[in-house]
Ligand binder design. Structure first.
Ligand code: 0A1
Ligand code: ZN
Length: 854
């Protein structure tokens, strides 16, 4: 069911047009009479006109609703149905608005508003889904208390806040905290709970529950512990306590995103909460812990203090991602978390910032807000906060946050409010820093050096390439953390933060005995691309000696990229010195296994393509693939004699524990197994597959075997064993495609779309297949164009079912201008084909037109 979305000229919304709503909403009472195809929603809402309103048009959003009746103060009224909602003539004094509407949750495959998943009712209202439930001023700056009555025969019926009554066929809820409609939630179905409890630091007992489908009870314990750790951490680090008697989490199989922070009733994609050693990998466990924390942290950064309008989305998302990253660093390993985050930023945000979809963390216009839940808003939004914290220092950061909560609790805020708090708390002028919120694009920072008479000079030049709508950019404030090492390995100057504010700027370091080796952008102190002429031997030196763990990894990563680039461009053999350095590191048992695993993980093929493109070459995906294969094979051979010992030494014995230590060891063990499998015909991997008692090891063995084309038996066995587990089957679907050779990738994916367990209605399954297709760089970009075609066909088919997921997945084409003219022509034709689809959703229309018009 699509919104009426004309293929031409959809409406654009602008930040500059913001106007407050002309009415206060004093209270909201909702009654739901549940029925799969005909749910009735009765609303009783008290409005009071604002005395100082610029505009008293009484407009309520509403989409896909059948209006049955409307009343004001008990008297029937005639509302005018207009585009996107209704208008009505209303009194100039406080009045009670009542409406009855009918909706069809069973037909709602877009998964926005009230919908059904496996026979269970659930809601998703962010960003603008509440208007599909009833007529309402569906905007985040309208906050009110909600009282909800649910009538139906579902055994469990939940809403926000605290329960206030229940009986045969009904349940009532009241949420005392004023909230915007996007935080409304309702869940009803046959659910069972995994209970828990938490006592806040001021002594309040909070009842906790994770609600799941019968059969999934055994997969809740880890999530419950993660929730309790999050509650404790937010008290300890930010001084923030939970504010209701109850906190519910519900797992839902059909969900467009990861999870949702609805007040007191978080709804999670089941893949982001259900965990067990048998069915989840270490990576799954870490992600679940992080997402539970993220949604919980939103209770303050998002719910108690929300956004004035959707342009301010990064106010809550950037800050909450920053907070969940701090949490993960504290629970696990700070350097490993930082390295992982930078890998993700480069893989997801850099392509966005350097392509046709580039937009600032605070965009100034949109057609469909769902298209702006992006890596730029989330991850770059978090990087901006990280820079702010580095610039003002830790103490000032927490002082400013304290002021933010005191000053803005209960309000809907803007980026201006946020920065003002920092200015007031620190006395610093942040007007130039604010450019990070309004300018798109990744700054390039070029560094040159000079040494004479004991004085070392670093000169930085910053510039940002043009992005859509922003041809020129002003210099930004860029914190660059720098340390200096002596050429024989010791640190001569510890980390200091240089503040770049101009287009070109120099910094000097005096009193040095010899020319130092600089370690620049430690901890990745700013989301920029650093350009510096250096040598592979200096990179190898830093890989061995840098005292900053991030930059040690970064040196190894840069080296790995240089070696591959040389292989692709000149057909060079893998660099011997680099192979030696890797071998030394892998065999050094003193080094953290997680770190060794990271250094052993090759840069992605897409990353190599981006690097080639930045240097003015046209990347050839097949050549990049071949170089990767040759490199890994050569590395395996070089390590041949040590692999069995290394494999044995890194195998984690004993019962599986999903902690950071074990995960680091298993990650290294998995890398070693994949190298070994290239040489031993798959013997060791087959043994590991047969004996594994946890998914991390079972999956690692299966992946190694499939990559080596030796996994047919195990893949069948895996299917047999797990065919009834939807989340494990997603792994199976994705792995077939991830491991396919370039020439068979599209065919493999196509075959899987015909598999009886493939479904367009389940976003996880669709993403497992189509996401894996787009993620197999050489397969997706195979010269035949079959990958492009298959994705486009499936996106067209999905658009009428689920526009939001379709639009998000269109971004797989965003790097299209990197490639040669044949590939560009193929992609362009597919994008045009999508755009020409009749009845195309507003979501997909916006994404595809942005990609085509750049
Ligand atoms: N606020 C959630 C993300 C989210 C956004 C939109 C959704 O549906 C359209 C669902 C979830 C978060 O940051 O976790
Ligand atoms: Zn969030």
């Amino acid at each position: 069911m699509n919104d009426a979305a004309p293929n031409a000229a959809p409406q654009t919304f602008y930040l500059k047009d913001y106007k407050p709503f002309g009415y206060e909403v004093e209270s909201v009472k909702l009654t739901f009479q549940l029925s799969p195809n005909a749910t009735k929603v009765h609303s009783a809402i008290r409005f009071t006109p604002k005395a100082d309103a610029e505009d008293n048009r009484f407009f309520l959003h509403g989409e896909q609703l059948s209006l049955i009746s409307a009343k004001i103060d008990g008297t029937p009224v005639t509302a005018r149905l207009v585009d996107g909602g209704l208008e009505c003539d209303v009194p100039r004094t406080s009045f009670l608005w009542e409406a009855e509407v009918e909706i069809d949750p069973a037909a709602n495959t877009a998964l926005e508003g009230l919908y059904m998943s496996n026979g269970m009712y659930c809601t998703q209202c962010e960003a603008e889904g509440f208007r599909k439930i009833t007529y309402y001023p569906d905007r985040p700056d309208v906050m009110s208390t909600f009282t909800v009555r649910i009538e139906g025969d579902e055994p469990v019926m939940l809403s926000n806040g605290n329960p206030t009554g229940a009986g045969e066929g009904w349940a009532e809820w009241h949420d005392p905290w004023p909230k915007p409609a996007y935080l409304f939630a309702l869940v009803a179905g046959d659910l069972v709970n995994h209970p828990g409890s938490f006592t806040t630091k001021s002594g309040k007992d909070v009842e906790l529950n994770i609600w799941v489908r019968p059969g999934d009870e055994g997969k809740c314990a880890f999530g419950m512990e993660a929730l309790k750790k999050s509650m404790k951490w937010d008290e300890d680090v930010y001084g923030l306590e939970y504010d209701l008697d109850l906190f519910n989490i519900v797992a839902v199989d059909d969900f467009n995103m990861g999870a949702m922070e609805n007040k007191g009733l978080n709804i999670f994609n089941s893949s982001c909460v259900l965990a067990s050693p048998e069915t989840s990998t270490d990576a799954n466990f870490e992600r679940i812990e992080a997402i539970i924390a993220h949604e919980y942290f939103h209770n303050w950064t998002g719910n108690r203090i929300t956004c004035r309008d959707w342009f301010q989305l990064c106010l809550k998302e950037g800050l909450t991602v920053f907070r969940d990253a701090q949490f993960t660093a504290d629970m696990r390993s700070e350097p490993v978390k930082r390295i992982d985050d930078v890998i993700t930023l480069r893989a997801r945000q850099f392509p966005e910032d350097n392509g046709p979809l580039a937009h600032p963390p605070r965009p100034e216009e949109f057609q469909e807000i769902n298209n702006f839940y992006t890596a730029t808003v989330y991850e770059k939004g978090a990087e901006v906060i990280g820079m702010l914290k580095r610039l003002v220092g830790d103490d000032n950061y927490y002082k400013a946050l304290k002021l933010y909560f005191e000053r803005h609790d209960g309000q809907a805020c803007t980026i201006e409010d946020w920065l003002k708090v920092f200015e007031d708390a620190t006395g610093r002028d942040l007007s130039q820093f604010k450019l990070w919120y309004s300018q798109a694009g990744t700054p390039r920072v070029k560094v040159t050096e000079d040494y004479a008479d004991g004085t070392y000079t670093l000169t930085f030049e910053q510039s940002t390439p043009p992005t859509p709508g922003q041809p020129d950019k002003a210099p930004r404030v860029i914190p660059v953390a720098v340390g200096l090492l002596s050429p024989n390995g010791g640190e001569v100057r510890g980390t200091e933060v240089l503040e770049l504010t101009e287009a070109k700027q120099s910094f000097t370091f005096g009193g040095l005995a010899s020319k130092p080796v600089p370690s620049i952008l430690r901890e990745f102190s700013a989301p920029v691309i650093l350009e510096r002429e250096t040598t592979n031997s200096e990179r190898a030196f830093l890989l061995a000696h840098d005292t900053d763990p991030f930059n040690r990894w970064e040196a190894g990563n840069a080296l790995a990229k240089e070696v591959r680039v040389a292989m692709v461009l000149d057909g060079a053999a893998p660099d011997a010195a680099y192979l030696d350095a890797l071998e030394k590191l892998v065999r050094d048992d003193e080094q953290d296994p997680a770190f060794r695993a990271l250094v052993l993980s090759p840069p992605s093929q897409s990353d190599i393509a981006q690097t080639l493109h930045e240097r003015g070459h046209t990347p050839d995906p097949q050549k990049i693939y071949d170089a990767a294969e040759t490199f890994t094979q050569t590395l395996a051979q070089q390590l041949e004699t040590s692999l069995p010992r290394l494999y044995a030494a890194t195998t984690v014995e004993g019962p599986y524990v999903p902690d950071a230590d074990g995960a680091g060891k298993r990650a290294l063990n998995g890398r070693i197994l994949s190298l070994l499998t290239r040489l031993d015909g798959g013997e060791q991997a087959a043994r590991q597959y047969a004996s594994a008692d946890n998914m991390t090891q079972q999956y690692a063995a299966l992946a190694a075997l499939m990559k080596a084309e030796k996994g047919e038996t195990q893949s069948k066995a895996f299917f047999e064993q797990w065919q009834d587990d939807r989340l494990v089957m997603d792994k199976w679907f994705a792995l077939q495609i991830a491991c396919a050779a370039p020439e068979t990738t599209a065919a493999t994916a196509k075959e899987l779309t015909q598999h009886p367990l493939f479904s367009m209605k389940n976003p996880n399954r669709f993403r497992a297949v189509m996401g894996a297709l787009a993620g197999n760089h050489a397969g997706f970009h195979h010269a035949s164009g079959a990958g492009y075609q298959l994705l486009a066909e499936n996106l067209i088919a999905l658009d009428s079912v689920n526009p939001q997921t379709t639009a998000r997945m269109c971004a797989a084409f965003q790097t299209w201008k990197r490639y040669d003219s044949e590939r560009q022509a193929q992609i362009q034709a597919e994008l045009e084909r999508i755009l020409a689809t009749s009845g195309l959703s507003r979501d997909t229309h916006e994404m595809v037109s942005r990609m085509l018009s750049a």
